[in-house]
Design a protein around this ligand. Structure first.
Ligand code: RIB
Length: 343
């Protein structure tokens, strides 16, 4: 008999007991006499029967697996977020399965459908698709989700994020206070709210300083990664009116810009000040320690997982959806220190 075809019915027949007795041996062994338990376990061993955890979960109505769908695991921000989610899950006796959407709404939709089919306990997600239609479809299939890293504007889910408008404002306030009046913003993927909100914050800093918005040049990067940062750095160097300061939508972009400036002999911060976002571990350790807007990435992941676990613990009436928004913090380092801006 093919091993994978062996079911609980075969074990019961070979052991000469009922299906219920086999189930008790597996789930409530203390309710079965020692001789019967030994006989059934021997048959399980001989037949190579493997209990289907998915089938058990389906019967119990609750999986012990949370799914986490993030944009890009090459970004240390999401690794920290995943670590935080895993810590909360472990404390609740659960596990976290991590997947990436690579910023592709189609890939995101594919994984969300898979999570629903596999009936995971719930989904933590950093959405790529600005419409949220795939997440609402997930909810309509009875699957709970929590949005991490972006505020969710619907009333069907919790979200845990950082005030990215405040973060962008902190970054550019700092550059303006250093005397810079020609500032570039290297954005991430324009369809992501994170990128748009940080730009909005940057502009609000100009407004409050009564500096014309035209003083902020936007360089659109394809992705939130180092390669896109290098490409943006090249465009900054080629600009007729080169900025004296650059605010990047995340640290990976800033590290890419730094590489390009370094290769071109441009000194940071003397010739061009640089500010990133996230404060990933490599920011402080960069060739020129990077000023960055810190996000509590571990805490975002942990909090999002705690909310999802609470929502799916079998007492939905005890849970109310929350929108938790943390405040960012500016960490000033060498890359933007003490240079009077180039005007
Ligand atoms: O995923 C792109 C960026 O959005 C990350 O670097 C982090 O800033 C997140 O908020």
């Amino acid at each position: 008999m093919k091993r994978s075809a062996i079911g609980i019915k075969d074990v019961a027949e070979q052991s000469g007991v009922s299906l219920g007795t086999v189930s008790n041996v597996l789930n409530r062994p203390d309710t079965v006499s020692e001789p019967t338990r030994r006989r059934v376990l021997a048959v399980i061993e001989r037949l190579g029967y493997v209990r289907s955890e998915t089938a058990r979960q389906l019967r119990a109505g609750r999986s012990r697996l949370l799914a986490l769908l993030v944009l890009d695991l090459a970004n240390p921000f999401f690794v920290e977020l995943a670590r935080g989610a895993q810590q909360a899950a472990r404390e609740a006796g659960l596990a976290v399965m991590v997947c990436t959407s690579a910023g592709d709404p189609a890939q995101e939709a594919e994984y969300l459908g898979m999570f629903a089919e596999q009936r995971v306990r719930g989904v933590l997600v950093t959405p790529t698709d600005g419409t949220g239609q795939d997440l609402r479809a997930l909810r309509s299939r009875g699957m709970s989700f929590v949005v991490a890293d972006r505020e969710w504007d619907g009333d069907e889910a919790c979200s845990v994020s950082v005030d990215d408008v405040a973060g962008g404002r902190l970054a550019v306030r700092h550059l303006l206070a250093s005397g810079h009046r020609r500032i570039a913003y290297v954005s991430g993927s324009p369809h992501l709210a994170q990128s748009r909100d940080r730009q909005q914050g940057a502009l609000s800093a100009l407004d409050e300083a009564r500096v014309a918005r035209e003083r902020l040049t936007v360089v659109e990067a394809e992705q939130f990664d180092v390669a896109s940062g290098r490409a943006a750095g090249a465009r900054l160097l080629a600009a007729a009116d080169r900025p004296s300061a650059v605010f990047c939508a995340n640290d990976l972009l800033a590290l890419g810009v730094l590489q390009t400036l370094f290769a071109a002999g441009i000194r940071v911060p003397d010739d061009m000040a640089l500010v990133g976002y996230d404060d990933i571990e490599f920011a402080a350790g960069a060739a020129v320690p990077l000023t960055s807007v810190r996000q509590p990435s571990f805490r975002i992941g942990r909090t999002a997982a705690e909310l999802l676990i609470e929502e799916t613990d079998g007492r939905p009436e005890a849970h109310e959806h929350q929108k938790i928004v943390f405040q960012p913090e500016l960490v000033v380092r060498t890359s933007s220190l003490g240079v009077r801006g180039g005007g």
